[in-house]
Design a protein around this ligand. Structure first.
Ligand SMILES: Cc1cc2nc3c(=O)[nH]c(=O)nc-3n(C[C@H](O)[C@H](O)[C@H](O)COP(=O)(O)O)c2cc1C
Ligand code: SF4
Length: 389
């Protein structure tokens, strides 16, 4: 049984982790993170220590961005972290700045979270007064970190790190080609680390408690804990923290989902649809990965309507820059709507699965590459329901 954990929302003594980090060499901070096996909690799961090392290795003034865009349908954990523990996240950004040699930083806040802006800015001002950000941090004249908060404007794609950087540069947010990666050429050409709110919230704990403490949670390749934003057909929706390796069945029990549970969407619209056959699978980077969105569906739900809703969302949110995604989303929606008009068939499903394959192979960014995830899993597990929609 995976352990229920309380790390992300727990408090730390203000400044203690930064003070400890400043007594370490920047390379040692990075080595601790690498040793902890911390991987990004924003979805892609890139190793955090490696990302920081890549930015540091550029040898130029760098930038740190906290990705608080939180656009994946069904996720609401980053908002809660910022409501309760913004100071810890800001301190983590200062630790990152110290490690990679960053002089500038941004919190990129989802536009709908505007109501949090004043409170976060007040937290930033308090931390600046206490010399944890700003000029001469903790009395070191050689360490300054200018942090600002910026608001997004409601585009899902602006959560993708390179589109986010475009948006911060006051341009239309569109994903860039990679390479170069943001750690090589990011905000205004600076080496830039983009990290998710939850990833950053874990950093002070790892600095204070050590890499081994962190590795004690989770599985061999998925260290630590994960926040899950749980919604849908269950008695106890909300935010849960479990160590990696929890099975879907264990999670369903915790949130008191009934025996009528038909499907669980893991990782939001761009994620994986699990049916009852999957419930003993583990949630982890090597199992079923997730940025944290968990939506429970019971027998009363139409899988066709869920699929249609997801594809409508993607068609609306595609930035339109590359053909496989722009055209693919529209063609996929047209194909799905055929089932509603009783014009669907196995052949339509086969054609759409081929289209999905092209989209995942040829799309420019993670958006178009992940659109097929929910399509493939819903269609393969609930084929009869789609055919009879
Ligand atoms: C379409 C799209 C939307 C994304 N939205 C978010 C988001 O809202 N928040 C987030 O942290 N990462 C999001 N990501 C992932 C980011 O590009 C990036 O991998 C992440 O912020 C890196 O932080 P991490 O390594 O701490 O996870 C998105 C990716 C894609 C392709
Ligand atoms: S995959 Fe979609 S979102 Fe990404 S660049 Fe292409 S059109 Fe834009």
């Amino acid at each position: 049984m995976a352990r229920k954990i309380d790390v992300v929302f727990s408090d730390v003594e203000p400044g203690a982790a930064l003070k400890k980090a400043m007594a370490m060499k920047p390379e040692t901070i990075i080595a601790v993170l690498k040793d902890s096996n911390l991987r990004g909690r924003g979805g892609a799961g890139f190793p955090t220590g490696l990302k920081w090392e890549s930015a540091r290795n550029q040898g130029r003034p760098a930038c740190v961005i906290c990705n608080a865009d939180e656009g994946e349908p069904g996720t609401f954990k980053d908002k809660r972290i910022l409501e309760l523990r913004a100071a810890k996240v800001v301190e983590a950004m200062a630790i990152c700045a110290r490690a990679i040699g960053a002089t500038r930083g941004f919190i990129y806040l989802r536009g709908e979270y505007n109501y949090l802006r004043k409170e976060i800015e007040e937290t930033m001002a308090r931390l600046e007064e206490n010399h944890l950000i700003g000029e001469s941090i903790l009395g070191d004249p050689g360490f300054s970190f200018d942090l600002q908060l910026r608001l997004g404007s409601g585009a899902y794609v602006c959560g993708e790190e390179t589109a986010l950087i475009d948006s911060l540069e006051s341009r239309r947010g569109e994903p860039r080609n990679k390479p170069p990666f943001p750690t090589e050429h990011g905000f205004l050409g600076m080496p830039t680390v983009v990290n998710n709110v939850e990833t950053l919230a874990l950093v002070p704990h790892i600095i204070l408690n050590g890499a081994e403490w962190f590795r004690d949670f989770g599985t061999r390749t998925s260290s630590g804990s994960k926040l899950f934003s749980v919604s849908g057909d269950c008695a106890k929706p909300g935010i849960y923290e479990f160590e990696y390796g929890i099975t879907i069945r264990e999670l369903l029990k915790e949130v008191e989902a009934g025996p009528a549970t038909k499907a669980v969407q893991i990782g939001g619209a761009s994620g994986y649809c699990a049916s009852a056959d999957d419930f003993d699978k583990a949630i982890s980077f090597e199992g079923i990965p997730t940025g944290g969105s968990i939506i429970v569906f019971d027998q009363s739900r139409s899988m066709f309507k869920i699929l249609k809703n997801f594809v409508e969302f993607f068609q609306e949110e595609s930035c339109g820059q590359c053909t496989p995604c722009r055209e693919g989303c529209s063609r996929m929606l047209e194909g799905i709507l055929k089932f509603e008009r009783s014009e669907g068939s196995s052949k339509v499903i086969t054609d759409l699965l081929e289209l999905a394959e092209t989209m995942s192979l040829a799309s420019k960014c993670g958006f178009g590459q992940s659109v097929p995830n929910s399509f493939r899993t819903i269609v393969s597990k609930f084929r009869d329901e789609i055919l009879s929609a």
